[in-house]
Write a protein that binds this ligand. Structure first.
Ligand code: NDP
Ligand code: X2W
Length: 347
């Protein structure tokens, strides 16, 4: 019998950490004992029980959260970091190279130090293999990785919506993205602009005109696929729902609707989590809640000369924890879909 691989989750009291734990509890490796859960850590909530923060994670309710330090996290085979931006670099540097570190924060996503400086600031920590297996070449990179940077939730939806069109060269490299997100994308910490009475019954844009830090990440992804610079105009929109992102992306095209559809069918054909809906159906967040699926559609507005691609994801599942577990599976040589469902919860 082989020894179980141990997994630690830093930031376990938060939304992303909680979702990682939810997925791991259903992972076949956890069920057969080949994966086990070690340290679960937090910041100010260290010393409290996980059940106080995630009462839905019944089997782990009794687990005590410990402080977050490289000493606590050392000795595990896999460490998920679900911490605020800027917290990962120091911890990761103190962990052995043999430990698989999967970072849900932004610290290692950007390949351009000047982009990091402009949108985040502080010392640039470098970049790691990017945890979006559906991108060209990503599976090969992830299968040998011991450090993985999980994408942001908006970049996951927007990149996957436009990747087929950009890879096939059927759009000009000028992409517009309007993406509507549920409030869990902002994390669990208290913010006046996120209290119920400010959010309920209202939809509002924020971080407009290139101000949102996901703009360079989306441009980086699409530029790498295109092999040329891609400009991205990104408008995030906050909606009164707990989970989900619907990204509506467009770019100039001369392709017909049939040509565009053929491109998307080919791109999605062997992808376990990419679901191109039948022509005439449009993605909605309600169909992907709790699932790792990405529901896609592509249409062409011939009068405007634009290709429009839609993607719906659960920001906490495919947009964070699902992408993290999918990447872990690849890095550990496990089946990529282990512990990840394409079946959502509805209504
Ligand atoms: N929410 C989402 O949809 C997505 C999130 N991510 C990324 O995942 C990471 C976590 O996000 P999310 O779960 O939403 O955030 P939350 O605010 O919900 O959780 C943050 C977690 O980090 C812990 N923490 C906060 N400050 C410190 C600190 N100084 N030292 C140690 N631990 C600390 C918190 O512990 P405590 O409870 O004790 O404060 C909590 O466990 C972020 O980097 C985020 O960008 C990525 C994609 C999507
Ligand atoms: C609704 C909402 O506030 N969403 C977050 C994005 C969350 C996410 O994916 O991003 P990171 O991992 O890069 O933090 C925001 O706009 O800041």
């Amino acid at each position: 019998m082989t020894t179980a691989r141990t997994i630690a989750v830093a930031g376990a009291s938060g939304y992303a950490g909680g979702e990682i734990l939810r997925l791991l509890l259903g992972h076949p490796g956890y069920r057969d004992g080949s994966l086990s859960l070690g340290a679960l850590t937090a910041g100010g909530n260290a010393g409290t029980l996980l059940g106080q923060h995630h009462p839905h994670l019944v089997p782990l309710a009794h687990r005590e959260l410990t402080d977050t330090s490289s000493e606590r996290l050392a000795g595990h085979d896999v460490v998920f970091l679900a911490l605020p931006h800027g917290k990962s670099a120091e911890i990761a540097a103190a962990l052995p190279e043999s430990t698989l570190v999967v970072d849900c924060g932004a610290d290692f996503r950007l390949t351009d130090a000047s982009a990091w400086d402009r949108w985040y600031g502080g010392e640039y920590a470098g970049h790691w293999p990017y945890g979006l297996p559906e991108l060209p070449g990503a599976r090969a990179a992830l299968s040998t990785a011991t450090r993985i940077a999980v994408p942001g939730c908006y970049p996951t939806a927007s990149t996957l919506a436009m990747a087929p069109a950009v890879a096939a060269g059927i759009v000009s490299p000028e992409v517009s993205v309007v993406a509507v997100s549920g409030t869990s994308g902002a994390g669990k910490s208290a913010r006046v602009d996120l209290i119920g009475s400010e959010v309920m019954g209202s939809v509002r844009p924020y971080g407009v005109a290139g101000a949102h830090r996901h703009t360079p990440e989306i441009a980086q992804n699409l530029g790498a696929i295109a092999g040329t610079e891609v400009t991205v105009s990104f408008t995030p929109v906050l909606a009164p729902m707990p989970r989900g992102i619907l990204a509506t992306c467009s770019a100039p095209t001369t392709a017909t609707a049939e040509q565009a559809r053929a491109v998307y069918e080919k791109f999605c054909a062997d992808e376990p989590f990419l679901h191109l809906l039948p022509a005439g159906s449009l993605p909605q967040t309600g169909s992907v809640i709790g699932s790792n699926a990405v529901q896609l559609q592509v249409v062409v507005d011939a009068d405007a000369g634009r290709l429009i691609a839609f993607a719906a994801i659960d920001n906490l599942t495919k947009g964070t924890a699902g992408g993290a577990v999918q990447s872990m599976n690849l890095a550990l040589g496990l089946p990529e879909t282990d512990g990840l469902d394409t079946v959502g919860v509805a209504p």
